[in-house]
Design a binder for this molecule. Structure first.
Ligand SMILES: Nc1ncnc2c1ncn2[C@@H]1O[C@H](COP(=O)(O)OP(=O)(O)OP(=O)(O)O)[C@@H](O)[C@H]1O
Ligand SMILES: [Mg+2]
Length: 437
């Protein structure tokens, strides 16, 4: 097979490397790219099978590597003299294969052809598991502080990702995500809650986590630079109460371009090693900008949500129990079916007769079955007193009003994932002292 190589190398030794590569049997240099943008464009245009890149290529990060991979271009690292520091940096980004000017011809051929044949050569990150490989600070076994028995098999290795998503109109995605995660943790399962809503991050405020908590933005930055590992993520995902970790969202929506899909994927992947459950609070919008989707290097506004949906094992589709909310929910079922995501499980929140009429359950069930073809709805009652008290205190429902009807309903929902429903008692044992609102 003939392999076409794209080079994007340091000017000081690029000429020498190109000469060597061009002389190799069955290998040709397709384009000598002057910078990363040039390389990405050449890859997108299908001009090469393998990209030979040096670590000092400006702007080279995990996202760029993911774009190359998406176009079927494998990546091989190159340095002039087997420079360990450069190799290390590329390895951190996930580039597994390296060559240098003095690499013997046959090894060069092998590196370039084997990689090209294998397609994408960028690793998505270290595949740590728990409890086989201890995360640094997270509890490894499913701890039971008192009554709840263990909820997951001891040999559980990779956390289950539950995406909480729903249409515009504040149907209660964050309320469900925060309390679902807290109930899973209370039932004995280490749980990581990630605020991926780049339109209106709210988890930090809902749980009154300190403003300074660096959260998602820091994790994304570290991921892009190739320095994020399980230990680093555990430091950023603060433990707000036993077994309950939170990665807070971006402080202001205008920082959305910092949250790239490759970083989201790695953060979720690592979180699976940190918790038995990973709960994602997602933004409402899932449209992909058609024009931008041709420009694969451009940041996409809804990439964080789309990546979260694609990575999830389960999807809770939260809608609001009123005529407008239900109509949006019908469209949302259709819309989410067009993007990579698990089969949605409908959750109708704020159920009350005053907004849909007498016998609200039956009415909602009938209309969603008829217009969206969905069944098996989970209903959460309208409970303004409980949610207001929790908002005011910056606490979960379990901490603030454990006997409330809403808290019980979310605990039941959590039980369908974990197999255990935490008892209705005031949750205690705050690990993190939190900011008062
Ligand atoms: N079951 C409920 N009963 C009463 N109020 C509720 C209920 N669920 C959520 N709320 C309230 O509705 C409002 C919106 O909830 P929440 O912030 O969870 O929605 P969201 O879908 O995450 O919205 P956003 O679009 O801002 O992300 C909040 O004031 C919350 O307390
Ligand atoms: Mg929200």
């Amino acid at each position: 097979m003939s392999v076409t190589v794209l080079t994007a190398l340091s000017h000081a030794w690029e000429g020498r490397m190109v000469e060597i590569v061009d002389r190799l049997p069955g290998i040709a240099v397709g384009r000598r790219c002057v910078d990363l943008a040039d390389l990405l464009a050449a890859a997108a245009a299908g001009h090469g099978d393998v990209a030979l890149v040096s670590a000092d290529l400006r702007g080279l990060d995990r996202d760029a590597l993911a774009h190359l991979g998406a176009h079927g271009v494998a990546v091989v690292g190159a340095s002039p003299d087997g420079d360990e520091e450069q190799e290390r940096r590329l390895r951190q980004l996930g580039v597994q294969r390296h060559v240098h000017l003095a690499t013997p011809g046959e090894d060069l051929v092998e590196s370039l052809t084997v990689h090209a044949a294998a397609g994408v050569a960028v690793a998505s990150g270290p595949q740590q598991t728990w409890p086989g490989q201890d995360p640094p600070t997270a509890p490894v076994a499913l701890v039971t502080d008192s009554t709840p028995p263990p909820v997951a098999p001891a040999e559980a290795v990779r956390g289950r990702v539950i995406a909480v998503w729903g249409p515009t109109g504040a149907p209660g995605r964050s309320t469900v995500a925060v309390n679902l995660a807290s109930e899973l943790a209370a039932a004995g399962a280490p749980t990581v809650l990630i605020d991926l809503d780049t339109y209106g991050a709210a988890v930090a405020q809902l749980l009154s986590v300190l403003d300074e908590a660096p959260g998602l933005a820091s994790a994304a930055r570290a991921s892009e630079l190739g320095t994020l590992d399980l230990m680093g993520l555990a430091r950023l995902a603060v433990e707000v109460s036993p077994r309950f970790r939170v990665l807070t969202g971006i402080p202001t929506p205008n920082r959305w371009p910092e949250i790239r899909p490759a970083a989201v994927e790695q953060i979720i992947d690592l979180s699976r090693s940190l918790g038995a459950f990973v709960v994602l609070d997602l933004g409402f919008a899932i449209e992909d900008d058609e024009e931008l989707s041709y420009d694969t290097a451009a940041p996409r506004r809804n990439a964080a949500t789309l990546s979260g949906l694609a990575e999830a094992d389960d999807l809770l589709l939260v809608g609001s129990a009123d005529p407008v909310g239900l109509q949006r929910m019908v469209r949302a079922v259709q819309g989410v079916g067009q993007v990579a995501s698990p089969t949605p499980r409908p959750v109708v929140n704020r159920l009350r007769a005053s907004s849909v009429g007498a016998d609200p359950r039956r009415r909602v069930e009938e209309s969603l079955a008829r217009f969206a073809g969905v069944e098996g709805i989970t209903f959460l009652p309208e409970d303004r007193a409980a949610t207001d008290a929790a908002l005011l205190a910056g606490m979960t429902l379990a901490e603030c009003d454990p006997d409330s009807e809403l808290r019980r309903a979310i605990a039941q929902l959590a039980g369908t994932f974990s197999g255990v429903v935490a008892p209705a008692r005031r949750a205690s044992g705050r690990v993190l002292r939190r900011r008062r609102p």
